[in-house]
Design a protein around this ligand. Structure first.
Ligand code: TRP
Length: 335
């Protein structure tokens, strides 16, 4: 069966909640991606197990993440949205790829080094083989393109190396060589307390991000305490006033007004005015999303139903690849 559209695949580990940055990225991206590509999105719950998880919390987080994507407008009819552990082929392919991956390659992974420093008491083998499972996630769907952040670049490179190892051992052309996808650069939303880095859901400092399901009170507080400079004149200057520039960028995207116009609006006013208005705007924007999220979380049966439908679609593709890999490697494929 030939694909008409290229395949995009992306996974997200279940740590933290999605942020205002994700909201802005999603708005610009998902609709156009789903038109151009065959899109697979999954919740990487198996990857989450590489650090200690409370079982009850993990389960709740998986539902929560799934619901957050839906609340943000990811359409389960136009995209395949699923939970990693629902497709047992991920773990199976991962083992086969593990046997092709030299220890030395995994030893070099900076994320492994960082995480083993952070979790000194739990440096488990899963943390070490994490990137192999990630490669399995990607290769299982014969993905063409994988949108990843800077922090996942090295894993992406390893995934490509693994395809080469596979090709060298078993012959070329069985598994598609994936590429990192660099989307068109939308507005970058920076951390509220440190505008030199991106807003991230896994930031240790909660004040750095607005989560899409934060209460209005929390949102107000976070925006009002966002770091700005000690000047008072509202101008857009990323170098000299990165904090303010970040707030103006968010304002501009959410209000769909050019930055110049917003700057003009605050001429002669203090930063505080801008912050109050921006906080209201963010609350207003995220309100319907939080409400939709809460409705979804109150209907777990519905979420489970969607998860199942997603898994059925995903498994179709995963199964084809695993069968091919079994046949290629000399394992007897059993349906
Ligand atoms: N490691 C990725 C992250 O932490 C999540 C992930 C797991 C992923 N498997 C993937 C991303 C496959 C892209 C493709 O962000």
């Amino acid at each position: 069966m030939a694909d008409q559209k290229k395949v995009i695949l992306s996974g997200s580990t279940v740590t933290g909640d999605l942020t205002l940055g994700n909201y802005i990225g999603a708005m610009n991206n998902w609709k156009s991606l789903q038109e151009q590509y065959n899109c697979y999105y999954f919740i990487a719950d198996l990857h989450a197990l590489t650090v200690a998880q409370d079982p009850k919390q993990l389960k709740e987080r998986c539902f929560s993440f799934f619901a957050q994507y839906l609340a943000l407008g990811l359409d389960p009819k136009e995209n395949t949205i699923f939970v990693q552990s629902h497709i047992h082929e991920h773990a199976e392919l991962s083992w086969i790829l593990t046997c092709l991956t030299p220890m030395g390659y995994l030893n070099r992974m900076t994320q492994f080094k960082e995480k083993s420093q952070k979790h000194v008491k739990n440096i488990n083998a899963g943390l070490f083989t994490y990137p192999v499972l990630m490669a399995a996630d990607i290769l299982l769907y014969q993905a063409d393109l994988v949108p990843v952040g800077e922090d996942q670049r090295q894993h992406m490179e390893l995934c490509r190396d693994i395809v080469t190892f596979f090709d060298n051992r078993y012959g070329e052309g069985k598994i598609k060589m994936p590429e990192a996808y660099i989307g068109k650069q939308g507005a970058r939303v920076m951390a509220l307390q440190d505008p030199s880095k991106k807003m991230s859901k896994s930031d240790d400092n909660e004040k750095n991000f607005v989560s899409i399901i934060d209460t209005p009170k929390k949102i107000q507080k976070k925006i009002k305490s966002a770091q700005t400079d000690s000047d008072t004149v509202v101008t857009f200057d990323k170098e000299a006033k990165p904090g303010l520039a970040n707030l103006l960028t968010i304002y501009s995207v959410l209000s769909e007004q050019p930055i110049d116009k917003i700057v003009a609006q605050y001429e002669g006013k203090m930063y505080g005015h801008l912050k109050v208005d921006l906080a209201d705007l963010v609350v207003e924007t995220l309100n319907p999303i939080r409400e939709k999220y809460e409705d979804l979380m109150n209907d777990k049966a519905y979420l489970e139903d969607l998860m199942e439908q997603g898994a059925i679609k995903a498994r179709e593709r995963a199964r084809d690849t695993l069968k091919l890999v079994y046949e290629t490697t000399g394992l007897i494929y059993r349906r």
